[in-house]
Write a protein that binds this ligand. Structure first.
Ligand SMILES: [Zn+2]
Length: 207
């Protein structure tokens, strides 16, 4: 899956580094383009603020989910039950419109030899969501990272999210969620295991 490989390695903009000042200039240009006076009081600091905001939105390019997951506990004393991070919230941005994708993720796995702290799973969701995304790839990246590092018996990921580009533009369907999932190992092969996970996802009362 070339797309995933490419994205896991972070930005690959031909090696050219863009300075904050250059990024601020670009935002200033966009302000002018929409018909604004970029120098009026209310907007004078806006390019700077946007650069800071974008740094936060896209902080995930500087971090490696594999490294986060690699701090594992290797003795699990035969623990082979499902471990599930339930409904962790995330904010991402779609790569087509840079519009917010606001959602929640459920990440489950059945360990083989290695387990990881549940907060690390949340970190992995966070890192991948702080990049330009499409929901399908976000879902796959989370599952693949857990599989590659922990080598568990199975991994299951469900992501439910609202896409602001669908709400604000074109189709204008408020309250419509997109649901994506990726099932690997026993979650793919065993209907009962998969059903157990999906029951946890669907019974979650925070919605
Ligand atoms: Zn979009």
């Amino acid at each position: 899956m070339a797309l995933r490989e490419e994205n896991l390695e972070g930005p690959s903009g031909g090696g050219k580094t863009v300075t904050d000042a250059e990024a601020e200039d670009a935002f200033r240009t966009i302000l002018k383009w929409i018909g604004e006076d970029a120098n009026r009081d209310g907007l004078i600091e806006t390019p700077k603020r946007l650069v800071r905001a974008y740094r936060e939105y896209f902080a995930g390019y500087d971090e490696d989910p594999h490294e986060v997951l690699s701090k594992t506990f290797s003795e699990v004393d035969g623990y082979d039950e499902m471990i599930v991070l339930r409904g962790v919230t995330f904010e991402s941005h779609c790569e087509h419109h840079i519009a917010p994708i606001i959602g929640r993720a459920w990440v489950g796995y059945i360990p083989d030899k290695r387990v990881v702290g549940i907060s690390k799973l949340a970190r992995v969701v966070e890192i991948f969501s702080k990049r330009l995304q499409i929901q399908e790839r976000l879902t796959a990246q989370i599952a693949n990272a857990v599989e590659e590092v922990l080598k568990p018996c199975g991994v299951a990921v469900v992501v439910k999210a609202a896409h602001h580009c669908m709400i604000d533009r074109g189709v204008r369907k408020r309250g419509a969620d997109l649901v994506t999932s990726r099932m690997l190992g026993v979650f793919r092969d065993q209907a009962q295991t998969r059903a157990e996970f999906l029951t946890l996802v669907n019974s979650d009362s925070h919605e």
